[in-house]
Design a binder for this molecule. Structure first.
Ligand SMILES: [Zn+2]
Length: 52
């Protein structure tokens, strides 16, 4: 449990979009960790079409 917390903290330090690498507006929902722009594309691929 403590290790999991530490991992979350580490991720917070270096949040970056996995796709384009930007650090702006990175969404970590669904463990995607992509920026808003890329999220839209990924979301469609994953079937989150309702998510806008
Ligand atoms: Zn991106």
């Amino acid at each position: 449990m403590s290790e999991e917390r530490r991992n979350q903290r580490e991720e917070k330090k270096k949040r970056r979009c996995r796709i384009c690498g930007t650090r702006k507006a990175v969404i970590r929902k669904y463990n995607l960790q992509v920026c808003r722009r890329c999220f839209k594309e990924v979301a469609e691929l994953l079937g989150f079409k309702k998510f806008d």
